[in-house]
Design a protein around this ligand. Structure first.
Ligand SMILES: [Zn+2]
Length: 228
């Protein structure tokens, strides 16, 4: 959590179509759990702090890449009790259910409410969840400690709202030995400055040197590939 403020804060996010929303209430530093036996978290070239939840990490593992369909996954790991969910039901239609993490995205249960959350048991060790209406990958939850005070949920950093996303930075790589070589090179060495950098998606337009970052920020933050 080294890059999050030490004061209590709330992060929000959800799937693209908003059928699934979550709120993460992170307490002040003194009330955050230490991760047992974890390597300390660097906060500068020479300083480290105890590793406490939430942990934000880049995940290079093959399964997370394939499930997301994205070249990299990134997770915010939080105790399950810090996260609350507002999920649109299918039956009855369009009712918003306020659910705990276990009820919203935990292991599949027979009597679970019918919502837009689809759960996928990739193995008997964990459940993944995504939105069945828009496809956003949302969570990974290990079954190992699910009934203990150490139960934690991994939430995709990419599903955070923009304001929450600005507060988070990854502090470590996981499964680095299994990553794609050119991705690891881009992350650790940069692109060498020779990859073409289009400011937007049109491959015939080079970036404008007359727009500064502040000007771009004022534009619609949700402008995306579909708009050009
Ligand atoms: Zn959705």
């Amino acid at each position: 959590m080294a890059f999050l403020p030490k004061e209590a804060l709330t992060l929000t996010g959800g799937c693209y179509c908003k059928a699934i929303r979550y709120t993460i209430k992170i307490p002040a530093w003194d009330h955050r759990h230490a991760v047992p036996n974890a390597v300390e978290t660097p906060i500068s070239a020479t300083e480290t702090v105890e590793t406490r939840l939430p942990v934000v990490m880049i995940d290079h593992c093959n399964t997370c890449r394939q499930v997301a369909g994205a070249i990299l996954q990134s997770w915010l790991i939080s105790p399950v009790g810090w996260v609350e969910w507002d999920v649109l039901s299918k039956e009855p239609a369009d009712e918003t259910l306020h659910l705990s993490t276990i009820d919203a995205i935990g292991p599949v249960r027979d009597n679970a409410p019918s919502t837009y959350v689809t759960r996928f048991n990739a193995s008997d060790r964990a459940t993944r969840a995504f939105c069945s209406r828009c496809g956003t990958t949302l969570t990974y939850i290990s079954h190992k400690r699910i009934d203990t005070p150490l139960a934690a949920v991994d939430i995709t950093v990419g599903s955070l709202d923009n304001e929450s996303l600005k507060l988070t930075r990854p502090e470590r790589h996981a499964w680095f030995d299994y990553g794609v070589d050119w991705v690891k090179s881009l992350l650790t060495k940069g692109d060498g400055g020779f990859l073409v950098r289009h400011g937007e998606g049109n491959l015939s337009i080079m970036p404008s040197n007359t727009r500064d970052d502040e000007e771009i920020q004022k534009e619609d933050a949700h402008r995306t590939c579909g708009d050009w």
